[in-house]
Design a protein around this ligand. Structure first.
Ligand code: SAM
Length: 389
């Protein structure tokens, strides 16, 4: 009989088998085209026969000016090399479930049909022994041979197993690799990832916090719809994390509200104001503000500085967030609050209109003073520029 551990492993493995649709890859990748010229791209959680990441880069190999495209397949994947079959022809025999890699260094009209497209990639895979080869191990992204491929690659792009997301991102970061990786929005609260976001070593991509429809293997028991015989499931809070520079990250959030102490109460246990909605960040407040974590979808490091996050113990220590305290707890329970909080927890709380409230998923930020260079300009020059002389 299967024990609990086996069952939870199986459950986790199941959740890792979501396959990204081409349209979702295209809508993100369109913003990064300039990054790929002359680069080696590695899709290291991608069975080329079921991965649209491989398909995207193979189809756009010349358009992006890639130097090389590598994809490695994970043998323990229940659909390795046989399920979705992006070329539609079942190139690998169904029984040949092994880890392998595909390396492409050029895409030309090898099949002489007058066009350069995926048919040429398919032809290459079938006919060029240097393109498709078996791996010695199981294709784990951390295996020695995949790590070696990673070292030779410039940019990693994929949707990795979400159960290993924390480890996966840290692994890429430790290897100083450029990456663009699909993720769950929750990643911003991972204890080891948040400090890297705070220090501007990685950030969220263009599409964030969206509900995305993924293809699922046949054996999944729950799905939202079946299209052309393929099961699809909708997953909320999906986005991208990257360390590739993007224009979005340099665009200021337009701020129109002004500060007042009624709309923006101070926390009971931390010297900062609470902002309920990102769109309501006051334009004239330069102290610490607690804002919803969705700010990270629009975060421009030239406009704001990230100081910490609620719920991350090291942030509470660094920022000096105090205990919730007995008094607030009493008020909260008297208001009918049932949350699992205790007086000793170090997490921000407030009282708004006499009601004890616990804000959700706050990150702490501060506006950057602008523009500091004014300080060094002679007042007469500034006045002339502004027409006030
Ligand atoms: C969420 S799926 C996405 C597949 C593909 N990248 C896509 O976007 O369609 C993650 C894939 O990673 C594979 N995987 C799980 N653990 C892995 C590991 N340690 N190393 C490499 N791949 C792994 C899973 O089998 C699964 O196929």
């Amino acid at each position: 009989m299967a024990n609990n551990k086996t069952l939870s492993n199986a459950k986790r493995a199941k959740k890792d088998e979501f396959y990204t649709q081409l349209v979702d890859i295209e809508s993100e990748l369109v913003h990064y085209k300039t990054h790929f010229l002359g680069k080696t791209v590695f899709c290291n959680c991608d069975d080329p026969y079921e991965s649209n990441f491989f398909k995207y880069f193979a189809a756009n190999f010349n358009h992006l000016g890639l130097k090389k495209l590598i994809a490695t397949c994970y043998d323990p994947s229940p659909v390795a090399g046989r399920q979705l079959d992006i070329f539609g022809q079942g190139i690998l025999p169904k029984s040949d479930k092994k880890a392998y890699k595909i390396e492409i260094t050029e895409v030309t009209d090898v099949n002489n049909d007058g066009a350069i497209n995926l048919a040429d990639v398919e032809y290459l895979i079938k006919n060029d022994k240097n393109v498709l080869s078996k791996l010695d191990g199981d294709g784990d992204y951390k295996s020695i041979e995949c790590e070696k491929l990673l070292e030779d690659a410039d940019i990693v792009v994929t949707n990795p197993p979400f159960s290993k997301l924390n480890d996966y991102i840290l692994f890429l970061h430790e290897h100083s690799k450029k990456f663009l990786v699909m993720c769950n929005h929750n990643i911003v609260h991972y204890t080891e990832i948040f400090p890297l976001i705070k220090d501007n070593q990685m950030w969220l991509g263009f599409n964030s916090n969206k509900t995305v429809k993924f293809a699922m293997p046949d054996y999944y028991e729950k799905w939202d719809e079946i299209i052309d015989g393929v099961k699809y499931g909708k997953v909320p809070s999906i986005g991208w994390i990257t360390n590739l520079d993007i224009t979005k990250r340099h665009e200021d959030l337009i701020l129109y509200k002004t500060y007042n102490d009624f709309d923006y109460p101070k926390y009971e246990n931390f010297d900062a104001i609470d902002v309920e909605r990102v769109s309501e960040i006051p334009c004239d407040y330069y102290g610490i503000m607690g804002v919803p974590d969705t700010l990270l979808d629009q975060y421009n490091p030239e406009q704001f500085e990230i100081l910490g996050a609620d719920g991350i113990p090291q942030s509470a220590i660094d920022l000096g967030i105090g205990r919730i305290g007995e008094e607030w707890m009493k008020k909260y329970r008297a208001n009918g609050g049932t949350g699992h909080y205790t007086a000793n927890m170090k997490s921000v709380v407030l009282v708004r209109n006499g009601i004890a409230k616990k804000p959700y998923s706050r990150i702490f930020i501060r506006r950057k003073q602008k523009p500091t260079e004014y300080a060094s300009i002679e007042p007469s020059v500034l006045m002339a520029a502004e027409g006030t002389e």
